[in-house]
Design a protein around this ligand. Structure first.
Ligand code: FAD
Length: 371
């Protein structure tokens, strides 16, 4: 995938249903009132690394018969597995319910496995989750998370059929999260989000899934945050996966799902399961387990800063040094912006930590400098 896909996925684009933001003095005074991110090395609490499970054609969501089993595949969500979870897991659960088997095995305990298991258990299936790693040790725990469908397909490779399905699932995913907003213990809240651009695009595409699922969307070409030439501002959901995964794991267990810690070395291990219906949510693990050679890691790294409760905004900003983004959580600020294609090492990159900390500090210094 090209870098442009990440950026274009953030919705750089014709004024549609959205409004034009205030300009001039009104915008200037607004941005100047935002509290700055205090980004310095002595405020860093930790840096985490994860591998996004990326497929150029987009996530795999289908059903196949293997021996006497129906296997439903739900993996390969790249940089948007949390965002898409209520969409893709609902379809996976529908496919798993179709054979009318009572017992269902769910492979994987990341966000896709947990959401699939929760939906199936609530429907009355006898669900067992089998996974090598459980929260907090999954890739899903590493994620940011800004609810925004980006970074999960290559525009030149994904089919029109994928895009048709994906648009419906983006909307399903969005509405799936709404009941969790500000619910105690789930770690889901609104932020005032800014997607920034260095140039004003000739035309503006709708945001993924349709502009109407981005509340208070406005587009502006002056008076923008950090002095950027172009800005799309809307309310976006921030999801803290550490809270969220624990909460939905508990919900799945309350609904009757069981959890078994187990690593599958080969497809034969899967075929030996007692359940005749298997939902495969093994993320990047699906590559080796089911022989999917299109699955590739995209290494990502996030640096966490001490909390700043006064910060309730988030941003994604392209800079000459690469993309920078910041998402606010109760437990701290999350700084990100690394995408290393095909890299599968789990070592934090010190140069990237430095780029994050100094890059966000430089942006904070430009808070008052509204163009
Ligand atoms: C730095 C970073 C930032 C991100 N930011 C965002 C964001 O802002 N928004 C967003 O939506 N997404 C984001 N993502 C992407 C997101 O993390 C993934 O898309 C998502 O976690 C995929 O979920 P999953 O459930 O498919 O896989 P995982 O969370 O990886 O879970 C896979 C499960 O399968 C199990 N498993 C795998 N292989 C086997 C095996 N052989 N045997 C038994 N069990 C197995 C694992 O143990 C685990 O339980 C980010 C990712 C990274 C790394």
């Amino acid at each position: 995938m090209k870098r442009r896909d990440f950026v274009s996925g953030l919705g750089l684009a014709t004024l549609g249903a959205c409004t034009t933001a205030p300009t001039g003095q009104a915008a200037r005074s607004f941005a100047a009132q935002l509290p700055p991110v205090k980004s310095s090395m002595d405020r860093v609490t930790r840096t985490v690394v994860g591998l996004r499970p990326y497929r150029p054609e987009g996530y795999r969501l289908d059903s196949e018969t293997l021996g006497d089993k129906t296997v439903i595949h739900n993996y390969g969500h790249g940089g948007c597995g949390v965002t898409m979870s209520w969409g893709t897991a609902t379809v996976a659960a529908d496919m798993a319910s179709a054979p009318r088997a009572r017992d269902v095995a769910v492979l994987g305990c990341g966000v896709q496995g947990l959401t699939s298991a929760l939906i199936l258990a609530r429907r009355g299936h006898d669900v067992t989750i089998y996974a090598a790693d459980l929260p907090p040790h999954t890739t899903s725990n590493v994620a940011g998370v800004l609810w925004l469908p980006t970074g999960y397909f290559d525009e030149d490779v994904a089919s029109p059929q994928f895009h048709d399905m994906d648009r419906k699932l983006i909307r399903l995913a969005y509405y799936g999260f709404l009941p969790y907003v500000n619910r105690p213990g789930y770690g889901v809240s609104w932020a005032d989000h800014y997607s920034l651009g260095r140039r004003v695009p000739a035309a503006r595409d709708e945001l993924p899934g349709g502009d109407d699922i981005y509340p208070q969307l406005s587009v502006s070409t002056s008076g923008n945050l950090f002095g950027y030439a172009y800005q799309q501002r809307f309310n976006a959901l921030i999801i803290d996966p550490d809270y969220y995964l624990d909460a939905i794991l508990k919900d799945a267990q309350i609904a009757g799902a069981k959890v078994v810690r187990r690593s599958f070395g080969s497809i034969d291990d899967v075929m030996a399961l007692k359940e005749s219906v298997v939902v495969n949510c093994t993320g990047l693990g699906a590559g080796a387990l089911f022989g999917d050679e299109s699955l590739r890691p995209i290494k990502g790294q996030l640096t966490h800063l001490l909390p700043q409760p006064e910060i309730t905004y988030s941003y994604v900003a392209p800079t000459s040094e690469g993309i920078l983004y910041m998402f606010p959580r109760k437990t701290g600020l999350v700084l990100g912006g690394t995408h290393e294609f095909g890299v599968s090492t789990m070592e934090p990159d010190r140069a990237e930590i430095s780029r994050m900390v100094t890059g966000h500090a430089a942006l904070a210094d430009r808070l008052g400098a509204v163009a």
